[in-house]
Design a protein around this ligand. Structure first.
Ligand SMILES: Cc1cc2nc3c(=O)[nH]c(=O)nc-3n(C[C@H](O)[C@H](O)[C@H](O)COP(=O)(O)OP(=O)(O)OC[C@H]3O[C@@H](n4cnc5c(N)ncnc54)[C@H](O)[C@@H]3O)c2cc1C
Length: 299
């Protein structure tokens, strides 16, 4: 939605954004490919070739979240329009209605065995001579990399807000469990090690929350570009904190923590994917380090 709102033409917004905002349809973002290291967006290889007044798409995507939903009607697909262009100008994005001939939704990929809902799963999608009108391009040829960069800021902050909520829930469950359960003659909460987890969890959560708030404030007041470093920082810091808290909550629950009787295992699995989705930790750290070191490079 973010992409259409920011980069769509009047006609594209009318056709797709309005029904998306009304909740009548869903979309999927198709960038990642099974055959190339997609954390480097410049590697994206699906071919988008202009022939007359159409673009023809050939290639394979996976991890297209939301594409399994019967409500999903449109894909935003990233691919190569000019393989000879400068590294960051090779790719473009086009809008592709899901029912276009040549599209095959091959399968859904699971996350640690979870299917992420009956229709919410992540899809592997084949594009075999898929034809769309040339007017379906977003912003213009060569703008794919830029759109991908711009899109991910708001998406990342939402991921972090959800992860903080998941960690808060885990801490609440942890506290309830250890105060109501007795081992070796006293509540589990009376153990120093457990109190250490609880205190550490609260400290880490508050630090992470403040960094997310700072990032949101920067985005609101100075714009997404000015908040780039902070966006990368929260994308690394929050999943780390949330996974740590959820992991301790699992431990405090004993065997119950990994069972289906509590939401902890599912929360852990969801948050664990955030070390990968929307850019692996290492890539965000690379961006932060480049910025930091850049201040000291002379000449
Ligand atoms: C639950 C989930 C939902 C997703 N949803 C979507 C979606 O809707 N649309 C979409 O297009 N994609 C989606 N993805 C895909 C996700 O964005 C990619 O998995 C991610 O960008 C990494 O790409 P890759 O899997 O090709 O890993 P690769 O690029 O093969 O990287 C593998 C590993 O190499 C290491 N690495 C890479 N670069 C560096 C570096 N510079 N320094 C050090 N180490 C490095 C990292 O550890 C990285 O995890 C989703 C993934 C998951 C798990």
């Amino acid at each position: 939605m973010e992409i259409l709102a920011q980069f769509g033409t009047e006609q594209q917004r009318q056709e797709w954004l309005e029904p998306l905002l009304d909740g009548r349809i869903r979309s999927a973002f198709c960038m990642t490919e099974p055959d190339v290291a997609s954390s480097d967006a410049a590697n994206i290889a699906l071919r988008i070739e202009r022939t007359g007044e159409e673009y023809v798409l050939n290639g394979r995507k996976w991890w297209s979240s939301g594409a399994m939903s019967p409500q999903c009607r449109v894909f935003i697909v990233m691919g190569v329009t000019d393989p000879d262009a400068e590294r960051y100008r090779r790719q473009s994005m086009v809008l592709v209605p899901k029912d276009t001939p040549g599209i095959g939704v091959v399968r859904s990929t699971s996350v640690f065995g979870y299917t992420d809902g009956p229709h919410g799963g992540h899809a592997e999608v084949v594009f075999d001579n898929v034809r769309v009108p040339a007017s379906n391009i977003l912003l213009g040829e060569g703008e794919g990399f830029r759109i991908a960069q711009e899109r991910l800021g708001p998406g990342r902050i939402h991921h972090c807000m959800r992860a903080l909520g998941a960690a808060e829930r885990a801490l609440e469950l942890l506290c309830r469990r250890v105060t109501g359960r007795v081992a070796f003659g006293k509540p589990v909460a009376a153990q120093g090690v457990v109190q250490d987890w609880v205190a550490d969890a609260r400290i880490r959560l508050e630090m992470a929350r403040l960094l997310v708030l700072k990032t949101a404030w920067l985005m609101d007041t100075a714009g997404k570009k000015a908040a780039r470093m902070e966006i990368s920082a929260i994308k690394v810091a929050v999943p780390e904190v949330a996974n740590w808290v959820i992991d301790r909550a699992i431990q405090a629950h004993g065997g119950a923590g990994v069972s289906q009787d509590f939401p902890l295992a599912a929360l852990w699995a969801q948050v664990r994917t955030l070390h990968l989705a929307d850019g692996p930790d290492e890539v965000h750290k690379m961006a932060i380090a480049r910025r930091e070191l850049g201040r000291y490079v002379t000449g």
